[in-house]
Design a protein around this ligand. Structure first.
Ligand SMILES: *[C@@H]1O[C@H](CO)[C@@H](O)[C@H](O)[C@H]1NC(C)=O
Ligand SMILES: *[C@@H]1O[C@H](CO)[C@@H](O)[C@H](O)[C@H]1NC(C)=O
Ligand SMILES: *[C@@H]1O[C@H](CO)[C@@H](O)[C@H](O)[C@H]1NC(C)=O
Ligand SMILES: *[C@@H]1O[C@H](CO)[C@@H](O)[C@H](O)[C@H]1NC(C)=O
Ligand SMILES: *[C@@H]1O[C@H](CO)[C@@H](O)[C@H](O)[C@H]1NC(C)=O
Ligand SMILES: *[C@@H]1O[C@H](CO)[C@@H](O)[C@H](O)[C@H]1NC(C)=O
Ligand SMILES: *[C@@H]1O[C@H](CO)[C@@H](O)[C@H](O)[C@H]1NC(C)=O
Length: 558
């Protein structure tokens, strides 16, 4: 009986892994349409979960069940559990179990640390285990002889404190509670198999995070300076914003030149045709979306491939090549004359003549075919069901399988980052002017009806996040590391809006050339085989962490 449970669950774990990562990515770049895409991508898994009945709580209810894992990694890194209060700021005695994993490969008993902890951020902590095995945690643990830890974030993966994701039950998913979890963990944890006390502040803890978790790493250094000896914020989005139009600016400027011009041209042409009543339906039909009622739902499907930029990683074993494939697809010769593709976009020799006197650059027809083949084809009901966002009842399910509700709740309450077109419609752009703040944020008003104990505000209040330092966040032993072509760079201290800073050992401030999102988090077993810029940043990170550790004195001996 137990074996059957274990086998079923480990299959679920593996599929959940892949799906939750893509789910998070969709949601970062989209509003309600992101939920639709999440649902399409997770169709099979949701069906499976319904069969298994009690998904995430299986382990929580009985932490003695040990899942037999079928990969080497998970055998080496079994789940560990730490008890946390659901609410750190009340007298309630309700608790939940927070999951974590440890790497003690390089630890010498009696050496006193350090502990390198990676914050799991807005996804299942399982997605971060590779960083414990060959990524940044392993790299720093190896260099320092420390213990490596991945700490799952409350509400994600199996660290779920509530029976469902209703508005009221999500009220303990916020920055202050999550920071208090980490603080309590650092000051109270005992690691299995290690008998000495490795808690903060008597042991130096280095707190690492990428993306949202990168902002959390920086925040932890500001909020709990006595516990967090050093912190590394990689692609840390310390600047919360409502309208995140600069995200697409990075892509527009960094993408292949031909591809970017084709996207700009397509965007203008599509916006123009949507303003012409007789052309509109025909245009949508090219994309297989003629039955999609709302124009903003239509253009939001068209933005989907832009999300692939963020999925690039220098390591081909984990990075996506879909963005480049999309660009190559746009350029596919369909006119029977290959040499027209070297002509400027919109040139008359590149035009395809369509009924009703409509003339479109051939790259727009390719764009339409791409959307049809890759997204519309996934839909086995009506396109309004799959890609419409105006039926509120599609966003009201609150079961634990509706994982999209988590990060979106954080977006809707404290973080923002809504995808929008540039404020000036005349500004060069690769997203339709119909992608407005109102459209991208309407999911916040649809998905979280007011509860008895909590009400999601109409727009997030981003003041508290930015009050912790925003672009200027800084502290000794807080490292800021970003990617040059990361679409999130505009929300980090390396934004073009931020003041430049000196890069020092005590306050490292580093940009990785040609890098996208938290590229330093990934690593190879043998770091000498990494590409030059990644080897370089890893070398620098080892150096500053070792230098920091030289200055450590436990408070008891100060
Ligand atoms: C917790 O209990 C203490 C003592 O009973 C009380 O003074 C305090 O106000 C309570 N705090 C909260 C948040 O309820
Ligand atoms: C550590 O745990 C104790 C109770 O077990 C608690 O009183 C204390 O506040 C915890 N430390 C932190 C920093 O949360
Ligand atoms: C950009 O894309 C075009 C067409 O797809 C291709 O011919 C060109 O080599 C690419 N440029 C670079 C710098 O990769
Ligand atoms: C192909 O396109 C090029 C560029 O527009 C043009 O010069 C050439 O005549 C075309 N060839 C044919 C066979 O149409
Ligand atoms: C809205 O969606 C629900 C199911 O999610 C469906 O039953 C209902 O018919 C839809 N309403 C409209 C107007 O399409
Ligand atoms: C937003 O949050 C800040 C600080 O957390 C608070 O002072 C302010 O009153 C809030 N604003 C609104 C409109 O609720
Ligand atoms: C790591 O790779 C380098 C360069 O390929 C090689 O010289 C070295 O022997 C490798 N180290 C190990 C431990 O495999």
């Amino acid at each position: 009986m137990r074996l059957a449970v274990a086998l079923l669950s480990s299959t679920l774990l593996l599929t959940a892994n892949a799906a939750s990562a893509s789910g998070a990515d969709y949601i970062r770049a989209y509003g309600a349409q992101g939920v639709n895409l999440w649902r399409l991508a997770n169709r099979e898994r949701i069906k499976e979960r319904h069969i298994s009945q009690r998904p995430a709580l299986v382990v929580q209810d009985n932490s003695n069940i040990v899942f037999k894992a079928d990969t080497e990694e998970s055998n080496e890194f079994p789940d560990q559990w730490f008890t946390q209060p659901i609410d750190h700021f009340s007298n309630s005695s309700d608790t939940f179990k927070q999951r974590y994993w440890i790497n003690t490969r390089h630890y010498t008993p009696g050496s006193g640390g350090p502990v390198i902890v990676l914050d799991g951020g807005e996804t299942s902590g399982e997605d971060r285990i590779p960083f414990l095995d060959t990524g940044i945690v392993e790299i720093l643990a190896k260099a320092t002889g420390g213990v490596g830890v991945v700490l799952e974030h409350r509400y994600y993966g199996k660290s779920v404190p509530v029976p469902d994701f209703s508005t009221d039950n999500l009220r303990w998913l916020n920055n202050d509670q999550a920071a208090a979890d980490s603080a309590r963990f650092m000051s109270n944890v005992t690691f299995p198999g290690i008998h000495e006390d490795l808690t903060a502040p008597n042991t130096p803890w280095i707190y690492y995070g990428g993306s949202y978790a990168g902002a959390r790493a920086a925040h932890m250094k500001i909020l709990y300076p006595d516990l967090v000896y050093g912190a590394i914020a990689s692609s840390g989005v310390t600047h919360a914003t409502l309208s995140n139009w600069e995200y697409y600016e990075i892509i527009r400027n960094a993408a292949n030149h031909t591809c970017a011009r084709q996207l700009e041209h397509a965007t203008l042409a599509i916006d123009a045709l949507l303003g012409v009543p007789y052309a509109k339906r025909y245009l949508k039909s090219l994309f297989g979306l003629e039955d999609l009622a709302h124009d903003d739902d239509f253009i939001s499907v068209l933005e989907t491939p832009l999300g692939y930029w963020q999925a690039k990683v220098w390591d081909p074993a984990v990075g996506s090549t879909k963005f480049d494939q999309f660009c190559a697809f746009l350029d596919k010769p369909i006119l029977g004359n290959d040499s027209v593709s070297s002509l400027p976009v919109g040139h008359e020799d590149r035009l395809v003549h369509l009924p009703g006197g409509i003339e479109l650059d051939f790259s727009i027809l390719n764009y339409a075919q791409y959307i049809k083949e890759n997204f519309v084809s996934q839909c086995d009901t009506s396109v309004e069901d799959c890609f419409g966002t105006y039926n509120d009842s599609n966003f009201l399910a609150t079961g634990l399988d509706q994982e999209w509700r988590l990060w979106l709740f954080q977006v809707c309450t404290e973080w923002g980052f809504f995808s929008t077109a540039p404020p000036d419609p005349a500004y060069p752009r690769i997203v339709s002017k119909l992608l407005t703040l109102e459209y991208s944020s309407k999911i916040c008003r649809q998905a979280y009806p007011a509860g008895k104990h909590f009400v999601v505000p109409p727009m997030p209040n981003i003041t508290a996040v930015n009050a912790l330092g925003d672009f200027a966040i800084a502290a000794d032993r807080l490292a800021i590391i970003d990617g040059e072509v990361d679409p999130w760079r505009p929300c980090t201290p390396h934004s073009d809006y931020a003041a430049d800073r000196e890069d020092t050992i005590l306050q490292p401030f580093k940009i990785i050339p040609n890098a996208v999102h938290h590229y330093d988090e990934y690593g190879l077993k043998n770091i000498s085989n990494e590409p030059k810029d990644i080897r370089k940043i890893h070398g620098e990170m080892i150096v500053f962490v070792m230098e920091w550790l030289k200055g450590f004195k436990a408070p008891s001996s100060r």
